[in-house]
Design a protein around this ligand. Sequence first.
Ligand code: AMP
Length: 212
Amino acid sequence: MIIILLGLPGSGKGTQGKRLANSLNISHISTGDILRKMADGNDKEAKSLNDYMSHGKLIPDDLMNKVVAKYLSTVVNNSCLLDGYPRNLLQAEFLSTVIDNRQIQVIYFNIEDDVALARISGRFICKDCGKIYNDFNLNPKVHNICDVCGSMQFIRRLDDATDTVSCRIKEYHLETYPLIDYYIKQGNLHSIDANKGFVEITMELEFLLKNI
Ligand code: AMP
């Protein structure tokens, strides 16, 4: 089964995606994480990726489709979790040429814009392992020490700055939102209330997955 997580930046899909992939023992393919690694350089491609991402713009579909197809070809047992892809109808159409739609289940993290915005303003990440934390509701158990890898280095994403987040939310409504109808029509969209807290969302997800 391929699980797609769909939702606004700040909806919790990154945090839940990592946890879920771990507990199901499947690959977690986060296009945002992949792109941030690809953008971490000085070559032309890295600079161009940085330019798109720092303005909250989507990366061109051709490149995204190529990257995802490459990762999908390495997946074990045809199971993985896709976090951040597809992001628009063209990507969804491409995905349906690579994966049979009957293998796909989509979890839609339904959240209000202002709740997502507030969450992003508190988000910080372990520099070494990528574990996501939040000033408001998800701090490390021991102050300043990552629960997972023990690192003491944390960063905030540059594209989490308020101006860029507003652009990302606009892009989401324009480009990504139509996917909800697309997957409703395919009969494989499941909605969860992502306005809730971390523990409640975790419980709702677990219940949902048992019943898919
Ligand atoms: P995320 O970590 O999923 O919020 O993604 C961070 C940024 O990476 C987005 O704002 C886009 O610029 C880019 N990105 C991630 N996934 C995609 C995608 N499927 N298509 C286009 N751009 C993407």
